[in-house]
Design a protein around this ligand. Structure first.
Ligand SMILES: CCCCCCCC/C=C\CCCCCCCC(=O)SCCNC(=O)CCNC(=O)[C@H](O)C(C)(C)COP(=O)(O)OP(=O)(O)OC[C@H]1O[C@@H](n2cnc3c(N)ncnc32)[C@H](O)[C@@H]1OP(=O)(O)O
Ligand SMILES: CCCCCCCCCCCCCCCC(=O)OC[C@@H](O)COP(=O)(O)O
Length: 229
């Protein structure tokens, strides 16, 4: 089956409408789950023009954390399987999610290249989970490079966002789910002006290191504990 084409309707009224509804509804979920969010650094989102936002991805609970900080002019990159989840797929499609096929690097790269062009003309930010999958271990998985290629191709800054580890209150394997506090930090933008594709690996490493340090700090875990770098 053909891969879905890139769809960046964030500027359209439909997407804005759906984003608002999703945000308002999902933001109320935290009261049922007993979760509190402590957000710092929101001023770092105030960059001129488009940007790539990268954050760690621990679980479906991230969708609540996403809505706590999501700028109005921002779309997310998601796996294309989400599009086939019935009404949820339809809602997030209408909300402007860009779907990629993770199993085909070629097709994902083509979609991302298209996004690089469109995000500049439409002046939107794009949110990518660079780990590429959910990971609730309290550490980061190695980053995929798509988000950073995208930032370099569009010559826009990368803004890292880090959510503290959920492991103290949430572990589906141990049936642990209690109330808890999630610390969120929006870090200062990392400029990419003048960088080329040769710099993507360095940029990826730099973001990874900064985000890992922040993750450990926010989660109260000493950074030397499991330092592989
Ligand atoms: C309580 C419940 C409440 C519920 C309510 C919720 C409401 C919510 C509403 C609405 C919100 C919806 C939100 C949805 C969110 C969904 C989240 C997800 O689905 S996360 C999974 C999908 N996202 C990703 O996978 C992105 C990250 N991945 C990437 O960027 C990858 O890089 C990707 C897919 C593009 C390629 O993956 P590779 O596995 O092939 O890995 P690589 O190592 O990065 O790439 C291979 C080679 O290709 C080059 N490459 C990659 N991208 C390139 C590019 N764009 N241009 C040129 N080269 C590129 C790389 O440099 C590398 O080459 P060299 O090793 O360096 O030689
Ligand atoms: C009008 C009523 C509006 C109600 C709003 C509710 C909308 C519900 C939308 C649910 C969106 C679900 C998004 C799931 C995101 C997610 O966490 O997907 C997992 C992927 O990242 C990674 O997948 P994997 O590799 O399997 O870990």
């Amino acid at each position: 089956m053909a891969d879905p084409v890139t769809f960046l309707p964030c500027c359209s009224l439909t997407a804005l409408f759906f984003c608002r509804i999703i945000k308002t509804v999902v933001k109320t979920f935290k009261y049922f789950f007993g979760l509190r969010f402590e957000v710092k650094g929101l001023e770092n989102f105030k960059v001129e023009g488009p940007a790539i936002i990268v954050s760690n991805h621990q679980s479906i609970l991230d969708m609540m954390g996403l809505m706590e900080v999501l700028p109005d002019d921002c779309v997310q990159v998601g796996k294309k399987e989400l599009m086939y989840t019935g009404s949820v797929g339809l809602i997030i499609y209408l909300g402007g999610v860009i779907f990629i096929n993770r199993k085909s690097t070629t097709s994902a790269k083509m979609v991302m290249a298209e996004v690089a062009k469109t995000m500049t003309t439409e002046n939107v930010k794009v949110w990518v989970y660079p780990e590429g999958t959910r990971n609730c271990t309290g550490d980061l998985l190695p980053f995929k490079k798509g988000a950073f290629h995208l930032a370099v191709q569009a010559q826009v800054p990368v803004i890292p966002v880090v959510y503290s580890s959920f492991t103290t209150f949430y572990n589906p394997k141990k049936n642990l789910f209690t109330s808890g506090k999630i610390k969120v930090e929006v870090l200062p933008p990392i400029e990419t002006k003048g960088l080329t594709s040769d710099d993507v690996s360095d940029l990826t490493d730099r973001c990874f290191r900064t985000m890992r340090e922040t993750l450990f700090r926010l989660s109260g875990r000493p950074s030397e504990a499991k330092d592989s770098s």
